[in-house]
Design a protein around this ligand. Structure first.
Ligand code: FMN
Length: 331
């Protein structure tokens, strides 16, 4: 069986975590992943408090008290009320990103939850461990969505493992199949943290236009940029090349006030009007020029070839990683 000590800590069967993917993380996705034996993660940074309560209640119904799932918060935003709600509801895994985890460790542990924190370097990993987090997620810069560091996964993972061992390390960025899972386990990580692959799952809250672009993308289509800065200025991210990026790059990457199409409403729908350089991705129910919005994805999009049920994605990861590792064991 493919398992690591981190699986025991998190109460999961497979060393696989569905990364928090902003508004695309939803109870249906999290429930499908957690039921399949991996860990599903909700992303609550931008959710209103009422939605946090509704999502937790929905997951309680879908999963019952014995199947774990996690919640994620970005520390550049105010999280106090929502974190308190999650801890009160008995959430067992809390992940933090983009800031100092120290002020939150004690509270998370006092509630009996495990604290994971995402880092982009070995130095930062040591600091997070000294602050008391239970495991570090190291995010390579090939990752999709907002990208904190500048090192790629291949050198980053062993550097972080060496720096914080025996504290468990979780590898994020560039992993989209069982070969990637086997690779990061070989490098000393105890689980893979996978975002882009799950965007093209049946349960993810992603618009058809967005999923299709992820499925069609090559590994070279996911670019590191600062373009989609509405709502979160100065935060680097990786997204698929599209008409907005093309026009901005062609204009010489001008500053916000001089960008082509600045202020354009490119889509509308249940989440309100969406601006061309806004930080929202295309969600179901939106209408308009969805291709022009932030199509967050990592370089691993090049490995995503079809939309599948999340449980089949989890099974595929485990089967393929097990095959690869047993084949290599025979060398
Ligand atoms: C659409 C999208 C949204 C994301 N939103 C969050 C988030 O809310 N919180 C967070 O900690 N990381 C977020 N991330 C980063 C992921 O947690 C993870 O580090 C990344 O997806 C891993 O790389 P991969 O995309 O190659 O699998 C997001 C990533 C994507 C693709």
């Amino acid at each position: 069986m493919l398992t690591t000590p981190l699986c025991d800590l998190l109460g999961i069967d497979a060393p696989l975590i569905q990364a928090p993917v902003g508004s695309a993380s939803c109870p249906a996705l999290v429930a499908a992943v957690s039921r399949a034996g991996a860990l599903g993660m909700l992303s609550f940074t931008w959710a209103p408090v009422e939605q946090v309560a509704t999502d937790l209640a929905e997951l309680g119904v879908l999963l019952g008290p014995d199947v774990p799932f996690g919640v994620n918060f970005i520390l550049d935003f105010s999280i106090e009320e929502k974190l308190a709600l999650c801890l009160k509801a008995g959430v067992r895994v809390v992940s933090t990103f983009w800031g100092d985890p120290a002020p939150f460790v004690e509270r998370i542990h006092a509630a009996g939850a495990v604290h994971l924190h995402t880092v982009g370097s070995a130095v930062e990993a040591v600091r997070a461990v000294e602050a008391g987090v239970d495991a570090v997620v190291c995010q390579g810069w090939e990752a999709g969505g907002h990208v904190w560091g500048t090192a790629a996964s291949l050198p980053l993972i062993p550097a972080v493992v060496d720096a914080v061992s025996p504290v468990p390390v979780i590898a994020a960025g560039g992993i989209a199949d069982g070969r990637g899972l086997a690779a990061v386990l070989t490098l000393g990580a105890q689980a893979a943290w996978v975002g882009t692959r799950f965007l093209a799952s049946e349960e993810a809250r992603t618009h058809e236009v967005y999923r299709s672009r992820v499925v069609a993308a090559a590994e070279t289509d996911a670019v590191h940029t600062l373009a989609f800065d509405g709502g979160w200025p100065g935060a680097a991210h990786r997204a698929l090349w599209n008409s907005t990026l093309e026009a901005w790059e062609a204009a010489g990457r001008p500053a916000a006030s001089e960008r082509p199409g600045e202020g354009d409403v490119v889509a509308s729908g249940p989440w309100g009007d969406q601006l061309r350089y806004g930080d929202m991705m295309p969600l179901p129910g939106m209408r308009g020029d969805l291709e022009a919005m932030a199509l967050y994805a990592g370089q691993s999009a090049g490995l995503v070839r079809e939309v599948l049920p999340a449980a089949r994605i989890v099974e595929g990861f485990v089967r393929e990683a097990t095959d690869v590792l047993s084949r290599l064991g025979g060398v």
